[in-house]
Ligand binder design. Structure first.
Ligand code: DP6
Length: 322
């Protein structure tokens, strides 16, 4: 029997990933840039146990279908030359599957815990490549601070990994998450992206513009130009949702409170608070805040009708063993 535990932090993309250039190795069609969140994380313990008749997985108290996890652990079993069944126990300190990037922190924690438990010692880059196989956004959660995920060009996926851009303390941005619905989303990102087969008319434009958006964001981050980072983040978010809305059938991830919170963030800016919104494949609104502005932004967002709860966080660290 061998066991290992790991913690990985959730992340939010500022320049979004959506669309795959290859599904088998989960290769993204576009690169992305994200911030890793300190206060939202997944803790995972993995036990390889000869006595287990089959793989087992739990998220919190709930037993979950092992298919997606077993397929992922098979990659590690093959690399380690073992066939032992695994017990996975995972907890998120935030709602699972509700557009708060639980698959990002989940597969990053699983990549680290599984490889350690299997006796493998992977580099951070190798872990990022492995985590990507579970979920594209998970490749970014291997690293803390601000992170860039490379789309890569190779067909074997060895150049599709994330890399750190700035550590969390190099630029102490804050993020406020406004939770407008704690239920599980109806169409997760993987399924949503796969309906791009019945493609949006905007998909080609999305892919073609991605490199320019990434270059603009890199430059703004290097200059610590918060206004441009924020404006690019809102633009990438709205472009992503235009793409989702124009898929057939259209994907509408927002509820009324989502839209109210977007307007509230823009009003805050008019009143001198430096915050910009971003939204993923779910109804929660995340506000990227200039250093020191998180508390005031959280107080404003808490007042928006339909906002159930707010979470305020700084930028978090690399995934690590526990
Ligand atoms: C909207 O990483 O969850 O959050 O690779 O299919 O697991 P899979 O998708 P996933 O998609 C994330 C989409 C997004 C934008 C982002 O995080 O970049």
């Amino acid at each position: 029997m061998s066991q290992a535990s790991a913690r990985a932090h959730s992340n939010i993309a500022l320049i979004k990933y959506w669309g795959k250039r290859q599904t088998r190795l989960n290769l993204p069609a576009v690169g992305s840039i994200s911030v890793t969140l300190d206060d939202l994380y997944t803790d995972t313990t993995v036990v390889f146990d000869e006595a287990l008749p089959a793989d087992r997985a739990r998220i919190g108290e709930a037993e979950v279908d092992t298919a997606r996890f077993s397929e992922f652990v098979d990659i590690v079993r093959e690399a380690a030359g073992i066939t032992t069944r695994v017990d996975i126990a995972s907890t998120n300190n935030f709602p699972t599957g509700a557009g708060l990037a639980s698959s990002a922190s989940g597969f990053a924690a699983l990549a680290l815990a599984t490889t350690r438990a299997a006796g493998l010692d992977l580099s951070a880059r190798e872990l990022s490549i492995l985590a990507r196989r579970g979920s594209g956004s998970a490749a970014r959660s291997i690293f803390g601070g601000l992170v860039e995920m490379h789309r890569g060009e190779r067909t074997d996926g060895q150049d599709a990994f994330a890399e750190p851009m700035l550590t969390a303390d190099a630029w102490p941005l804050e993020v406020v998450v406004a939770i407008t619905d704690t239920g599980t989303k109806k169409i997760n990102s993987t399924a949503g992206m796969s309906s791009l087969d019945t493609r949006s008319d905007y998909y080609e434009a999305w892919v073609n513009r991605a490199e320019d958006d990434l270059a603009d964001m890199r430059a703004a981050i290097a200059a610590r130009d918060f206004t441009t980072v924020g404006a690019l983040s809102e633009m990438s978010c709205l472009k992503l949702h235009a793409l989702m809305l124009s898929t057939r059938p259209g994907l509408i991830y927002w509820n009324a409170a989502t839209v109210s919170a977007m307007h509230a963030v823009r009003e805050m800016r008019d009143n001198g608070l430096e915050a910009y919104f971003t939204i993923d494949a779910g109804p929660q609104v995340k506000a990227l805040c200039a250093p020191g502005q998180g508390a005031a932004v959280a107080a404003e967002l808490a007042r928006v009708p339909g906002v159930i709860e707010t979470r305020r966080t700084g930028l978090g660290p690399d995934a690590h063993s526990q």
